[in-house]
Design a protein. Structure first.
Length: 217
C-alpha cells in the first residue's frame, strides 16, 4: 500500500472511457481515485451518484475523479444507467475495471472482512488524493459497510491546496474562510513577512506562543 508522499504506480487500465495510463490521465491536475466494493450495490450507488452531483465542486478545485471496482467495463456501463437515475441523467467520470484485482492489491484496497459470491475479498472504500507530481497527498480507508462523506473529502482537498501554498495548517473542523493556524516553524520575527494583515495569538498556561491563528491567506 502506498504511503503519503509516495508516487502512485503508473498502471495501465481499462475504463469506461477506454484504456488509460494512469499518470497520463492525471496530467498536470490533481486527482482523486476512489474504490468501491462492487457494481449494482446500494451504498456504492449512493456514493458514485453523490460524487457526480459534486462534480462541479471537484472541477472548481482542479481535481479529476476516477473510480475503481473489481467488475468489468461492461458491468460498469450497465450500472451507470442505474446511477444516472440519481444524477438527472449525467455521469462524467471514468470507472476503472479491475477484475483480476491487480490494481486493488497493489494499492492495498482489499477488505478481508467482505467477500463476493466466490469468496474473494471485495475492494474497500479507499480514497486517494493525488497531486500533479503523482504523489499521494491524502488517503482514507473505509470498510465496505461504511459510506464516505464527500463533503469531508472536499474540505480536506481545500486544506491540501491551502497548506501547500501558504505557511499554515488547518485546525479541527476547519472550512475555507475560517481561521487557519500559523505553522510552528514560522518565527515570531517572520510573522509580519508571511502574514502582513496580522495574526491572533491565544495565551495558554504553558506560556508558549504556539496557538497562532490567521485569516490572512
Amino acid at each position: 500500500m502506498p504511503n503519503l508522499g509516495d508516487v502512485l504506480p503508473n498502471f495501465k487500465a481499462n475504463t469506461t472511457i477506454g484504456e488509460i495510463q494512469f499518470h497520463e490521465w492525471i496530467g498536470e491536475s490533481w486527482a482523486i481515485l476512489f474504490s468501491h466494493p462492487a457494481d449494482f450495490t446500494p451504498v456504492c450507488t449512493t456514493e458514485l451518484s453523490q460524487a457526480e452531483q459534486l462534480a462541479h465542486e471537484f472541477n472548481k478545485r482542479g481535481v479529476k475523479m476516477i473510480a475503481l471496482s473489481c467488475d468489468s467495463v461492461e458491468s460498469h456501463n450497465n450500472w451507470i444507467c442505474d446511477i444516472k437515475k440519481y444524477t438527472n441523467g449525467s455521469f462524467s467520470y471514468p470507472i476503472i475495471a479491475d477484475p483480476k484485482r491487480e490494481i486493488a492489491v497493489s494499492l492495498g484496497m482489499l477488505d478481508p472482512d467482505e467477500k463476493d459470491k466466490q469468496g474473494m475479498p471485495l475492494t474497500c472504500r479507499a480514497v486517494f488524493v493525488i497531486g500533479p507530481d503523482k504523489k499521494l497527498k491524502l488517503s482514507i480507508l473505509y470498510p465496505a459497510t461504511t459510506g464516505r462523506n464527500f463533503n469531508e473529502i472536499l474540505r480536506a482537498i481545500d486544506s491540501l491546496h491551502l497548506t501547500v501554498a501558504k505557511k499554515v495548517a488547518t485546525p479541527v473542523n476547519w472550512v475555507f474562510g475560517d481561521e487557519a493556524m500559523v505553522i510552528p516553524t514560522i518565527k515570531p520575527e517572520e510573522v509580519s513577512t508571511y502574514f502582513p494583515n496580522g495574526i491572533r495569538q491565544d495565551e495558554v498556561p504553558s506560556g508558549k506562543g504556539y496557538m497562532r491563528f490567521t485569516t490572512d491567506y
